[in-house]
Design a protein around this ligand. Structure first.
Ligand code: ZN
Length: 83
């Protein structure tokens, strides 16, 4: 179950489970909005996460790389414009 995995990951990394869930949501939104094979070596689209991936403070969670961030903005703007 996702909640159990998120909670275990948070415990192992000593971070708040809400920060983990937020990071997972961002990652999955990346899959919805970016082209196939969106995984990257680093950043929020990294395929495999370890507990140290998310800082204990919850601040400085890895983000999208520059190219992905720009593409996400363009795709969201396209969707908003086509409403
Ligand atoms: Zn993924």
């Amino acid at each position: 179950m996702f909640a159990d995995r998120a909670s275990q990951f948070a415990d192992e990394g000593d971070v708040q489970v809400g920060v983990v869930v937020g990071a997972v949501i961002a990652h999955e939104l990346g899959h919805l909005l970016l082209p196939v094979n969106a995984h990257t070596r680093d950043g929020i689209m990294r395929a495999a996460w370890t507990p140290s991936f998310i800082p204990r403070s919850g601040v400085g969670v890895p983000g999208f790389d520059h190219v992905q961030a720009r593409l996400l903005r363009l795709r969201v703007a396209d969707r908003v414009a086509s409403r």
